[in-house]
Design a protein around this ligand. Structure first.
Ligand code: SF4
Ligand code: SF4
Length: 318
């Protein structure tokens, strides 16, 4: 059985293991909506009741198709990247309702990522989300972030219901401190009554070779209510669900979902073309094209040496 967390504001539980929908979409593994739907269907059929997505992930169709005809309750959290722009935020709300085929959005976050959660950047967006919450169109509002300071700021903001922080065992991708410092901020936010769900537990696939340890670290934190993990095949769903449920995992399943089943992917929207990864790949698998890193999959041996050099966490294994 998967562990669950109760969300008082929605009066329902979600599984602590959630499905992260970024890697399946056009920014990374590029699954078709039907292929993505298979993964979503496998997730809910295996008991997962929490899905994370975002306007910019391009995975609403994958999710909507996967849930077509499914009668169980599934909580979906999405995000808007509209900054300083009420009308774009409203468009993102309407798009989510329409394309996810729902009459209410359970959770919608300011897609903070690497930007500070400041009044100047996010004030108008947050107001728009709160106004939709008052009308019952959104259940809970919040922020996703790679910054410890943003977790602290959001913890003190009475309008915020949910915080989706980047946290993993090595703190990889945290922009302003260590994993332990992020955990302190998470504890503060949790005790302020915020629902906390973690992102990048596997650091964008970088910790797949030590995934058991990485997931134990995140699920072992009692202040983390849930963690969403990117999954791109039904077998990955099976591995994650069996692991999180404490069930035995066959050698065959472990092999079929190990790092060699994945591909290196550069997140273009995040890469700034600094070239550090290119300089350090001894296999000449990386190059810069139009100021973005490009990978030659024929040359890449998935050694993983390049990824820790990218301060933007743009190198993922999906
Ligand atoms: S190190 Fe990161 S940001 Fe720099 S070129 Fe490589 S992928 Fe892009
Ligand atoms: S994983 Fe290894 S081989 Fe592949 S691009 Fe990075 S450094 Fe090069």
């Amino acid at each position: 059985m998967l562990e669950t967390s109760y969300i008082p504001k929605l009066d329902r539980t979600v599984t602590r293991l959630g499905l992260g929908a970024l890697p399946m979409g056009p920014l990374q593994r590029k699954l078709t909506p039907d292929e993505g739907a298979e993964v979503v269907r496998a997730a809910v059929a295996n008991g997962i009741t929490f899905i994370d997505t975002a306007t910019m992930y391009g995975t609403y169709e994958h999710i909507a198709r996967g849930l077509l005809g499914w009668n169980g309750t599934v909580t979906i959290s999405t995000k808007t990247h509209a900054q300083k722009d009420r009308s774009m935020a409203r468009e993102h709300i309407e798009k989510a309702l329409r394309e996810l085929n729902r009459d209410r959005i359970d959770i919608m976050l300011c897609h903070g990522a690497r930007n500070p959660f400041s009044e100047e950047l996010w004030g108008p967006t947050l107001e728009t989300l709160c106004s939709a919450r008052e009308k019952g169109i959104i259940g809970m509002v919040g922020v996703s972030t790679h910054l410890i300071q943003s977790v602290r700021d959001a913890a003190r903001n009475p309008e915020i219901d949910v915080i989706h922080p980047l946290i993993n065992m090595k703190g990889m991708g945290i922009m302003d401190g260590t994993a332990e410092e992020m955990l302190e901020a998470i504890r503060e936010a949790h005790s302020a009554g915020k629902f906390i769900y973690a992102m990048k537990s596997l650091a964008g696939g970088n910790f797949v070779p030590e995934r058991e340890k990485a997931l134990r670290f995140v699920f072992g934190q009692k202040e983390i209510d849930a963690a969403v993990v990117g999954m791109v095949t039904p077998l990955e769903v099976e591995w994650n669900v069996r692991f999180a449920s404490g069930l035995p995992i066959s050698e065959e399943l472990a092999q079929k979902t190990a790092l060699h089943s994945k591909r290196l992917s550069i997140l273009d929207v995040v890469c700034v073309g600094c070239g550090k990864c290119v300089e350090h790949c001894e296999n000449n698998a990386l190059s810069l094209v139009d100021e973005k890193a490009r990978v030659d999959h024929e040359q890449c041996i998935l050694c993983g040496y390049c990824a820790p050099l990218c301060e933007r966490l743009a190198i993922r294994f999906v």
